[in-house]
Each structure stands twice: as C-alpha cells, then as structure tokens.
Design a protein. Structure first.
Length: 487
C-alpha cells in the first residue's frame, strides 16, 4: 500500500469514527434531554419568556449549562442535575405565565393593540418603556408581590396606549397631512374646495377621536382612512378639472363623459340607463339588480346544500334498506315525510318573503333556520327604544311568525365597528331585548320560545369601512327555528 493510499484510508476511518461518535452523542442527548425539551416547549408555547421572565431565564441558564457539560463530556449525574433544575424552573414559569394571563389581561390587550399599530417602529421610546414595565410587573407577580405588580401593570398599560396613539398618528395621519399639502399645492382649494374641506375636517375628527377615545381606535382609524381617501380624491379632481379647463370642455361635455360609465354598468346588467331625468332612476335599478343577484346567489347556495343533504340522506336510507329489507316500507315512508317537510318549509319561506318589500326586510334560509333581516328597522344613535314609525314593520313580522307555529325564535342584535367593543355588545343586547319585548307583548308569545342575544360588532355582513356597509351591519335579525317535525 502506498503512503498516499494509507493516508486516504486513515481519513475515511477517522471520518466514520466521528460519525459514529456523533450518532452516539445524539442518542445520549435525546435520552437525557427528553423531559426537559418537552417542558421547555410547553413553556415557550405558554409565552413564559414574556409572562414569567424570572423563572424562564433561570430555567434557560440551567438548560444551557447542561448542554455545555454534555459537549465537554462531563459526568451524566452533573448533566442530570442541571436538567432537573431546568425542568423545575420551566414548570414554575408555566404556572406563573398562566396566572399572569389572567392578572394582566388589560395590559396584555394594550400590548397587542400597540403591536397592531406598529408601535415598536412608530413609537419606539414609549414601546420600550412599556416593555420594561411589563417585565417588572411580571417579575413582581412571580415573587408574590401583587400590589407592586398592579402598579407596574397600570404604568405599562398607559405607556402601551400612548405608544399605540403615537403610532397611529405617525402611520395614519402623517401621510394624510402630506397629501393635504400636496392637494393644496395642486390648487385643490380652487378646483375641488368641497372635497378638500371634507378631507381636512375628517383629519381633525380623527385626531380628536384619537385623543378622546384612546382605548378604541376603530372610529379614528376609519376617519383617518376616509381623510386619506378624500385628500387623494381632491388631488384627482383638481387635476381632472384643470385639464378640462385647458381643453375647453363645456359643462355638458363633462356631464356626458361621467354618464358613460352608468350606461356601461347598466348594459352589463342588461338594463337601459335612461338619464333624461338624471341618474337617480338608473342608479336605483342597478342597485336592485345587484341585490336580487345577491339574494338569488344565497338561495342557490341553500338549494345546493339541501340537495346535497337530500342525496346523503337517500344514500343512508339505501344503505339501511340493503341491510334490512324487512323495514323497507317504513324507511321509505319516513324519507317521503322528510322530503315533504322540506318542501313545506320552502313554501313557508316564499310566503314570508312576499310579506315584505325590499327596503323592509330580507328573508333567507341558513340550514334549517329561517332569517328575517329587518333592514328597515332603525334606532336612534346609541338608543334602544323602538320608535312608532317602526310599528308597521313589526306588525308584518308578527304575521310572518304566525306562519311558523310552535317554532322557537332568537332575536339577534348587531352593530357596526364604531364605538368600544363593550358598548356595542351592550347596545346590541338592549335592542334585541326591546324587539323581543315588543313581540311578546303584541303576540302573547311563550317566553320559552323566544330569546334575545346581542353580538355587538362581532358578526359583520358588510364592510365597516364604508357608510353603506356600516348601515347594513347595524341590524336586527330574527332567526326562526321550526319545530323538529318539519325538518
């Protein structure tokens, strides 16, 4: 064997030995660290690094010591002592973290809101101050000093809210101010003064809401978005109208140009836009067309769901009949009764739907439940009293409920996203209770068959960023649950 060959062989043998040694070390580590790794992962998932930093850091030091001793080839007993200490501290950190989640609920919510507003980037100093107070509060709680922990929590929550406020101002309002200056530079005050004033007023309102309602940023955030949009709108209008002036376009030319999209949209709906009396009539026709499509789509989805359920039911019946031919007649009769019940419900829904005009209510099915969405039922802002002008609509609701004798009903209250979560939840509950009370007094309903629940802003059906969407989200739904014999 040549010297070169021997050297190569020796290298291969040493490499193989190293692989064997590494595999052995991996096996040893896996066995020794199994319990510690499991509880360490549980502590990470419990966010113990944030909520119980003292115990979590102690555990980490013991864990790292065990890793170093393993790498140095120290005795197993020494490694085990480090790991046992790590396990104890990790378990303490998990217990402390769970307590902190309950104790510091408001502070944690403030932190999450500040994070959502990008406070670490937009309000770094306040964010860092809040983080320090959060850590100190968590440590105070770990050592059992609840009084000091509460003081630290209050300080941290204030800093988080201030950081959120500053971040929103920087991220949302600064760009709008820049756009307003750009609009002013581009003569929006001359060509689009109304739109420019609207943008300015919205910006002022957004700033005011941020200062006065610091614990609920939904409204100021919406106002800031609207202000930004109107500023951009003013810039566009100024450029468009200045170009129209330079091109010597007449008022008639401008109106005819802006009528063209209405014709195109109407044509797509197979409608003829007649603008001899203005745009109100074709606009109403297009809106009605879209609403009809939405209802038709929902109806088709419901029909498809029913057909799928019917097919599944038939397949189950066929399977049972194959297994038990002796009960074929009874099974077929039960299936026929089920299909007849479903058809009866469809007819009842059509009957109820015909009772309301489009501006009054929408009637649709969701599974076995029937919904009457009272789009025409209006409340004063922040109030839950039923106004007399709503009585005729609620009279029709009574007639509709009589179509489903013995059915149970749920009056559901909903709001848009403006206002605090708790205020909206309370207001939606009060409005639902008001409608329930009115129906009970008018119809002498069994109180066990009609309930009321408020969902606040949690179940929107439209975009809360537009006035129309918020109007649709402010609603009362009556959910009818027919008795079991018609399912």
């Amino acid at each position: 064997m040549t010297r070169h060959s021997f050297t190569a062989l020796l290298g291969v043998l040493l490499f193989a030995a190293s692989l064997t040694g590494q595999a052995a070390n991996d096996t040893i580590r896996s066995n020794l660290f199994a319990d510690a790794d499991e509880v360490r992962q549980a502590a990470i998932e419990a966010e113990a690094a944030l909520l119980a930093p003292r115990s979590f850091e102690r555990a980490g030091k013991s864990y790292q010591s065990a890793e170093k001793n393993l790498a140095r080839g120290q005795k197993v007993d020494r490694i085990r002592r480090d790991l046992d200490s790590a396990v104890v501290e990790y378990r303490k950190s998990i217990t402390s973290a769970e307590l902190a989640k309950v104790t510091f609920a408001n502070m944690i919510k403030g932190r999450n809101d500040a994070l959502a507003a990008q406070a670490p980037l937009m309000a770094t100093e306040l964010w860092n101050s809040a983080e320090r107070e959060f850590r100190n509060a968590a440590i105070e709680l770990e050592v059992g000093d609840l009084r000091s922990a509460r003081k630290r929590e209050a300080s941290a929550e204030t800093d988080y809210r201030d950081a959120e406020l500053q971040a929103i101002k920087v991220s949302m309002l600064s760009e709008t101010r820049r756009l307003l200056k750009e609009a002013d530079d581009k003569s929006a005050g001359r060509y689009a003064p109304t739109t420019l004033r609207t943008a300015q007023a919205l910006l002022i309102r957004a700033e005011k809401e941020l200062e006065e309602n610091r614990y609920d940023a939904d409204l100021p955030r919406s106002l800031a978005r609207q202000a930004r949009y109107e500023a951009l709108h003013a810039i566009y209008l100024a450029a468009y109208l200045r170009a129209a002036r330079d091109s010597d376009l007449s008022y008639e030319d401008l109106v005819l140009e802006w009528e063209r999209p209405i014709h195109e949209i109407a044509a797509a709906a197979d409608l003829a836009a007649e603008l001899d009396q203005g745009y109100a009539k074709p606009t109403a026709q297009i809106i009605e067309y879209i609403e009809n499509l939405r209802i038709e789509r929902h109806s088709l989805q419901q029909d498809l769901l029913e057909k799928d359920q019917r097919i599944e039911s038939m397949q189950q019946e066929i399977s049972v009949l194959d297994q038990n031919l002796g009960g074929a007649r009874e099974e077929r009769m039960a299936l026929a009764q089920q299909l007849a019940s479903q058809e009866r419900v469809r007819e009842q829904v059509k009957q109820v739907e015909s009772m309301f005009s489009r501006p009054e209510a929408l009637v649709f099915r969701d599974g076995n439940d029937i919904y009457i969405r009272l789009v025409g039922l209006n409340f004063e802002v922040g109030r839950a009293e039923i106004a007399p002008e709503n009585y005729p609509l609620l009279s029709k609701v009574q007639d509709a409920l009589r179509v489903f004798p013995e059915a149970s009903m749920v009056v559901e209250g909903h709001t848009d996203s403006h206002g605090s979560d708790q205020t909206n939840l309370s207001l939606s509950q009060q409005r639902a209770m008001a409608v329930r009370g009115y129906l009970m007094n008018s119809m002498a309903l069994n109180p066990q068959l009609i309930t009321a629940v408020g969902y606040g802003e949690s179940q929107p059906v439209a975009n809360n960023e537009t006035p129309e969407g918020r109007r649709r989200n402010r609603r009362i739904d009556i959910r009818i649950q027919p008795s079991a014999d018609i399912h």
